[in-house]
Design a protein around this ligand. Structure first.
Ligand code: CAA
Length: 282
């Protein structure tokens, strides 16, 4: 199946990064948001990233112009009707996704693929509320989406081989290294990453070490680009909490149980970088 036009649902941190990646890889890309204010904010983030790349000579002025021309925004799901692939990157809330998937199913042409960027929710269930469960799978990007090489392709029990192959080729055309995982909470990365992040929060909460020392230890002791608490702020404490809750719900293992501090930080709006405050201030 030839992919020409890509739709992205949601222009938050992940949606804007995904739309940026698709447009700069040569795809006509349209992003849909629910309110003009959110769309403007996400589009400004993408154009800001391209301006920064142009300043660093990573984009010529012709490439910058072509990227801008390939990207558009809308508030109307109908404007995605002729997309070949649509990637959903809305809030990690199952009710929200179960409202969106049937609406997409009605709006899109029958052969289009619907992919979810969820990091831990049940994609089989999302596919089941459409009439094209064989053309639904996960395509999970990592933050920052334009930079991180990995994508996880998540196969549900209904996804066809043809869909997996089309998505694998598409991911490769975005410059990514795809891996394939079964649709179980956390897939590969979060199954391993979330318990590590939660353990770092518990360590800090229990006063075993300062936040700076926990971060320095893992950065310099294990060669990670960021310490766990800096990474939590980067990914978003709310996103991490949702992922932990989904893993705990699926496996009922204490290592996936969110710590009281993480939940309270989210309750008080300390979401990390995006809210200006998490473990650190921004
Ligand atoms: N578009 C284009 N380029 C971008 C960009 C964007 N949106 N954001 C950053 N970059 C570029 C920068 O311009 C920079 O380019 P140059 O090297 O050419 O100057 C490059 O990326 C690196 O950025 P920085 O120099 O600002 O900083 P850095 O070297 O410290 O790298 C980082 C930043 C890539 C984020 C690095 O710290 C890192 O890899 N951190 C770990 C991130 C991680 O683990 N992400 C996964 C989180 S888990 C997740 O997302 C899944 C989930 O479900 C929870």
């Amino acid at each position: 199946m030839a992919i020409r036009k890509v739709g992205v649902i949601g222009c938050g941190l992940m949606g804007s990064g995904i739309a940026q990646t698709c447009a700069q890889s040569g795809y006509e890309t349209i992003v849909r948001e629910v309110a003009q204010e959110y769309l403007d904010k996400g589009m400004a983030r993408i154009h800001g990233a391209w301006d920064m790349m142009a300043k660093k000579n990573k984009l010529t002025s012709e490439q910058l112009e072509a990227n801008r021309e390939r990207l558009s925004g809308t508030l109307d799901i109908q404007d995605l009707a002729d997309c070949d692939i649509v990637i959903e990157a809305v809030i990690e809330n199952m009710e929200e996704k179960l409202r969106l998937f049937p609406a997409l199913d009605v709006a899109l042409k029958p052969e289009a693929l619907i992919l979810s960027n969820t990091s831990s929710l049940n994609i089989t269930q999302m596919g089941a509320v459409t009439r094209r469960a064989d053309r639904v799978c996960g395509l999970h990007f990592f933050n920052p989406a334009p930079v991180m090489k990995l994508v996880e392709i998540v196969r549900t029990i209904n996804t066809s081989d043809e869909t997996i192959e089309t998505v694998r080729e598409f991911a490769t055309s975005l410059g990514k290294s795809p891996v394939v995982a079964k649709d179980t909470a956390g897939f590969i990365v979060n199954f391993l990453l979330i318990p590590y992040l939660l353990a770092a929060v518990r360590m800090y909460e229990n006063g075993l070490a300062s936040k700076e020392d926990i971060d320095t230890a893992m950065k310099h002791g294990c060669g990670y680009p960021m310490g766990p608490l800096t990474l939590l702020d980067y990914v978003g404490l709310d996103t991490t909490l949702w992922a932990a809750e989904a893993l705990y719900e699926e496996f009922k293992e204490p290592l996936y149980a969110p710590s009281p501090l993480l939940r309270r930080m989210v309750n008080s709006g300390m979401l990390g970088r995006k809210s200006g405050r998490g473990f650190y201030e921004y």
